[in-house]
Ligand binder design. Structure first.
Ligand code: FE2
Length: 258
């Protein structure tokens, strides 16, 4: 079985680049399940019902989120209808958050979204307590985790702690792809899958606006950059008999002008 996981989709450019590459990759690599992080897919922050539908129509099976899960308030109304939207399990609020269990080739896969704690702005419950809860309460053949976190060591420790129980731990949130994809036992790991969004940007955001905000201390909006986009993802191969990951391959397509 092959799982394609796409890193944070940032704004329209991010959506368009994945719509361009998805049919090609799915066909060429014989992908069984496509998961994407959509927490920045609506104008750089959050997701809307319309964008959820567009991602689904274009071949994304499950959409994970992150610290911006609730940035577009309307999404709360659609939690029950958007079955393939996975909110961070340990986000500290009272809203319903469950991992998504899907069945592929007769195997159940529990897709989880968990927030890290280091350098993250919002309050989250302990990621280990939350993962233990998921493993106890949601029975599945395979567990895939999108660990939405800032710190490298935090992600690596999590993967090492759970390597015999999880089939993949894929980091998201920093928007910069790391070149450390590897197997930890039978668990596929990468510190960060990277971004699907405008290449000439500060992790998807307009460079000039970031200069004004950080250096000139000006009050700014959150403006998504414009221009050609980078595509980032990983393909994870799983042995269906042993239920262990046997390969992780990194994908990165930069704009052609570079
Ligand atoms: Fe994030």
């Amino acid at each position: 079985m092959k799982i394609l996981f796409l890193g944070d989709i940032v704004g329209k450019a991010g959506r368009d680049i994945i719509f361009h590459y998805l049919p090609i990759i799915k066909d060429r690599e014989k992908i069984d399940l496509t998961i994407a992080n959509g927490e920045n897919s609506a104008h750089g922050k959050g997701i809307t019902r319309k964008i959820y539908d567009r991602l689904k129509e274009n071949g994304v099976d499950v959409i994970t989120l992150g610290n911006h899960a609730y940035s577009k308030k309307e999404i709360v109304e659609y939690v029950d209808e958007c079955k393939d939207l996975v909110f961070p399990y340990n986000y500290d609020n009272d809203l319903k958050k469950e991992p998504r269990i899907c069945v592929v080739n007769d195997l159940s896969i529990c897709v989880c979204n968990i927030l890290g704690s280091a350098f993250m702005a919002q309050n989250a419950f302990d990621q280990y307590r939350s993962m233990n809860e998921i493993l106890a309460d949601y029975k599945a053949d395979l567990y895939f985790v999108d660990l939405h976190a800032e710190a490298t060591a935090e992600k690596l420790l999590f993967a090492n702690y759970y390597e015999d129980r999880l089939v993949a731990v894929c980091g998201t949130h920093t928007h910069i792809q790391t070149a450390d994809e590897r197997l930890i036992g039978g668990c596929a790991y990468i510190t960060d899958v990277g971004m699907n969004g405008v290449y000439d940007s500060i992790i998807g955001r307009d460079i000039e606006e970031m200069k004004a905000m950080v250096i000139e201390k000006k009050k700014t909006r959150f403006t998504v950059a414009t221009g050609p986009a980078i595509f980032c993802g990983v393909i994870i191969e799983i042995d269906e008999k042993t239920k262990r990951a046997v390969d992780i391959k990194r994908l990165q397509f930069r704009p052609h002008y570079e």
